[in-house]
Design a protein around this ligand. Structure first.
Ligand SMILES: [Zn+2]
Length: 160
């Protein structure tokens, strides 16, 4: 029943009912939605636009679908970028700890590479998990256009 059919992809079309963030120090985001699963046919080459209808408000959403091989390549590329981010993070962190722990002679300032490394540590710390999750979940289907407000709708990969 839930077997993948070659040349097609299942997506969940979501209509966001409410999106609330509560709490001050520990913020909790509560999103509720209603969704409908659609099976979308992948194009033989390049990319194709498909129109999906929202199950709640009948709004028509325009999505772009890519081929299976292109989807796989993009997913792998995102995972490689995630791995590179982890490597940069570790290298920059090691450098910051090494350089920051040294006592500098009077009048000598830290090399320019130091602030660059500090920024790299923060950027890659955020980027690595995002890239990893994107790469793992990438299904080649992206929302192109939806009626305003656009935040009301989303197209999500269906996890198996
Ligand atoms: Zn809707």
């Amino acid at each position: 029943m839930n077997r993948p059919i070659p040349g097609t992809v299942e997506v969940s079309v979501r209509h966001i009912l409410s999106d609330r963030t509560t709490g001050f120090l520990t913020r909790t985001r509560t999103i509720t939605w209603k969704d409908n699963i659609y099976r979308v046919r992948r194009p033989a080459a390049g990319k194709e636009s498909v129109e999906l209808t929202c199950p709640v408000c009948d709004a028509s959403l325009l999505a772009e679908v890519r081929t299976q091989s292109r989807t796989r390549r993009t997913g792998v590329a995102l995972l490689i970028l995630a791995a590179v981010s982890v490597a940069v993070f570790l290298a920059a962190l090691g450098y910051v700890i090494h350089e920051g722990g040294r006592t500098l002679p009077e009048g000598q300032s830290l090399p320019t590479l130091f602030p660059v490394s500090v920024v790299s540590v923060f950027v890659t710390f955020v980027a690595a998990p995002v890239l990893f999750l994107r790469g793992r979940r990438y299904n080649g289907v992206t929302l192109l256009d939806a009626p305003k407000p656009r935040r009301l709708h989303g197209i999500m990969p269906v996890r198996r």
